[in-house]
Ligand binder design. Sequence first.
Ligand SMILES: [Mn+2]
Length: 290
Amino acid sequence: MERPQGFADAHATLEEAQFVIVGIPFDRTTSFRPGARFGPDSIRQHSWNFESYDLETGVDLSEVPIHDLGNTPEFGNATAMADAVRAEMRPLYEAGKIPIVLGGDHACSPPCVEAYPDGASVGVLYIDAHMDFRSSYLGDTRSHACSSRRIVEKVGAHNVVVFGVRSVSREEVDDNRSIGMAYVTAHEIVRDGIDSSIQRAVNMLRADRIYVSLDIDAIDPAYAAGTGTPEPFGLTPRDVKVALERVAPRLAGLDIMEVSPHYDQGNTSALAARLAREAIVRAVAARRVR
Ligand SMILES: [Mn+2]
């Protein structure tokens, strides 16, 4: 039997869905190893590997209304991608749905946040090995090296925390002195522990709802080698699991970016798929107890 193409357990219609999967197979701003355009379908493929029942929460994903919108078309450049992604995402937020976006390089995240309805405030937990705070990179303000900067321009520096960072240029640090975007380094997370670190990060976000942008390279290359710019001294998969659990009651949306499946044997895609499912399960469980 042929394997289904969509994300596992995404059986609902768009109208009835609470969670909506969107793939953005775009990697034209990748600066080192390309291939994140293959991320969405690889993550979908690996999503079928897991049981629908969640041991910890008792949530069964086969009973959760999830819809998979499929992939966006190809785009010539990041500006065209951003325009189309904003147009695709806005109605999802307006209908009260929680998008789960599979990338694609990290340039795909700012339009997902920019699509959030004007006037509704949202905080962004930006989980990444890199600061991504350049105003422009290689002549492109929409490069994946500029994504946290573009997000700050939408939601304000007080509404963004970069979590797990361990790679930054002097220029980015200098720029941020006047802008004041908060960050928690990977080294601080090891020193203080994940529980207090994520609590500190979440407390800094004043908006009720939180959008999580997860660059898979936040996780150590020992666990997530299938990515474009691997960076040592990273988070563990369990750190990110705990982070998603803490944010779940306030989850506005999630993206998982920079999975580049040809650089490993499928581990990174499996991890990304499992984390997407974890976020959904935890968001459902958080609503049940409220
Ligand atoms: Mn990164």
